[in-house]
Design a protein around this ligand. Sequence first.
Ligand code: PLP
Length: 362
Amino acid sequence: NALNFSAGPGALPGTVLQAAQEAIVAVPEVGLSILGISHRSDWFASVVDETERNIRRLLDLPETHAVLLLQGGATLQFSMVPMLLLRDSGKAAEYVRGGYWSRRSIPPARLEGEVRVLWDGEALGYRRLPAAEELHCSPEAAYFHYVSNETVEGIQFHEIPGREEVPRICDMSSDFLSRPFDAGRFDLIYAHAQKNLGPAGVTLVVIRRDLLERVPAKIPSLLDYRAHLEARSIYNTPPVFAIYVVLLVTRWLLDEIGGLNRMAEINRRKADALYGIIDGHSDIYLGWANSEHRSLMNVTFNLPTPELEQTFAAEAAKAGFSGLKGHRSLGGIRASIYNAMTLDAVESLCGFMTDFASRSDT
Ligand code: PLP
């Protein structure tokens, strides 16, 4: 099989794929294919409960926060967040415009109220993110929104920005559960599943319960966090299979990996290995991100010419490394090394890159 370095949907752990394959034929405890099990069954309620419990354990999440399993991807959150928390608030929301995905999060917010862009990375080519002193956050904002890992550019916040008295909202789609962090400092976190958590179709939301007191009265219920909270994430028919795979991934993180500290160590070693190759061959691999904001999930770089990039991607694909072409908006090369990508696989890519560099020198 090819090694999957795609930015999303990304790789899943082998043991998870095996269990998912079995469940498609029959879930052992139920004797039915997962594709035909009712979302109203006791078994599925227990899947949702355990998924929530596991996420709580992984994050050490305080009881002040709820975990929701929604649909519509991270893109729907770009709209749900301002519909519920900006509309009728009489305040402005503050956004960091740090890359492709945070750029996409802003226009839907402008439909709901005033938006202040606190920092815009465009002039710097989206190669770095703001330092704390560059963000002049107001204590009066409706909320502060940022994207923790810009998947396209491969830049990542390594500190938590924002002020404690303003609701902090974060799109963690491409680095959720890749490292430990203080989840209690966030008022709302959202992350779609198809990077670190499972297949596309389910989006995780972690929300501080008392934030919901500010929600305007008239919101269509499918777009209202309160309806999902009340229905314990089974408001309408949820993606049963996708949620089951998220459960399997949380079990893998807890039982096979041993938690987020250990996961972060492995992720750090993978990223160090790749950035080491880029730095060691800086005549041929031109890293995209400034070193202080390099992403541990998406390693982005260029080669000296577009032709050489094409040759690199084609030879890599032939050698069994899939999904290395950069995002269509940026070009270049991107190696996505989400949780399920093993250190061994990253080391084989490093070997390929070293070999390619030596061949290109001559
Ligand atoms: N936010 C981030 C950080 C992403 O990487 C992506 C997609 O890759 C999105 C949002 C959009 O997600 P979706 O396609 O689930 O709506």
